[in-house]
Write a protein that binds this ligand. Structure first.
Ligand code: ADP
Ligand code: MG
Length: 246
């Protein structure tokens, strides 16, 4: 990973919601294969930051590129971007009226024009990967939260996303299910997937992060490798935040 080229680049990016300045002069890049963990207080702009990467929100100024292509508001462009950049949310966002298998195959069949049999083969492979092959024919409501979140991860893998974004993927889970999701994410990190993860699970962060980012009030306050971030953060704001959550 260390010398790979950047695959996501923010260059002086600003984002407003009306008059509210949600991202302030963000310049940061993520290299191919890098695992970046983003933390910070509620309302600091973490979700906004990652939602701009796959076109769920749009920045107002500066330049944001993903895989060498500038992100801009255009439906065809965003359609392509969403195939390349998978997103896992706090809420699992599965289709309730489709089985697990159908949830995994619908995107590849409809969007990527993969044949149904190939889509099913791929789906079963990734259900193995997230360790729930036996749940293929169930509906999401029959699964635990941890299982549903693993289906959501498998769904992104089925789309062959090159970049995976996670927005507090374990925040909606009961405590006993958090680790089963984090374990799958650790394994995904081991495959070399480029990942940007918003989370306050600092055990996970210490294990997988190449880079830690701390945001506050729409700014990136601190960017450091975990060994520096957790032992000697440069800013008082970051130190105070870590004192609270660790
Ligand atoms: P975080 O994920 O760090 O909690 P967000 O990126 O969700 O922060 O939000 C950053 C700030 O932007 C918050 O103050 C939030 O209220 C505001 N915000 C987020 N989404 C919208 C929106 N769609 N319209 C107006 N304000 C928003
Ligand atoms: Mg958020």
């Amino acid at each position: 990973m260390p010398d790979n080229a950047p695959i996501i680049t923010f260059d002086h990016v600003d984002k407003f919601y009306g008059d509210f300045h949600a991202l302030k002069d963000i310049s940061i890049s993520v290299r191919e294969g890098e695992r970046m963990v983003v933390c910070g207080p509620s309302g600091s702009g973490k979700s906004t930051l990652i939602r701009c990467i796959n076109g769920l929100e749009f920045h107002n100024s500066g330049v944001l590129t993903v895989d060498g292509v500038e992100v801009f508001e255009d439906s065809k462009h965003i359609y392509r971007l969403r195939q390349e950049v998978g997103m896992v949310f706090q809420q699992f966002n599965l289709f309730p009226h489709l089985t697990v298998l159908e949830n995994l195959t619908i995107g590849p069949i409809k969007v990527r024009k993969v044949s149904p049999s190939e889509a099913e083969r791929t789906a079963r492979k990734y259900l193995e990967r997230v360790r729930i092959p036996e749940q293929a024919d169930k509906y999401p409501s029959a699964l635990s939260g941890g299982q549903q979140q693993r289906v959501a991860i498998a769904r992104s893998l089925c789309m062959e996303s090159r970049i995976m974004l996670f927005d507090e993927p374990t925040s909606a889970l009961d405590p006993e299910m958090i680790n089963e999701v984090l374990d799958v994410m650790v394994e995904l990190a081991d495959t070399g997937m480029t990942m940007v993860v918003v989370t306050h699970e600092m055990g996970f962060a210490r294990k997988v992060a190449d880079t830690m980012v701390f945001m506050d009030a729409g700014e990136i306050v601190e960017t450091a490798p975990p060994e520096v971030f957790f032992t000697n953060p440069a800013s008082a704001r970051c130190r105070a935040f870590l004192d609270q959550i660790l």
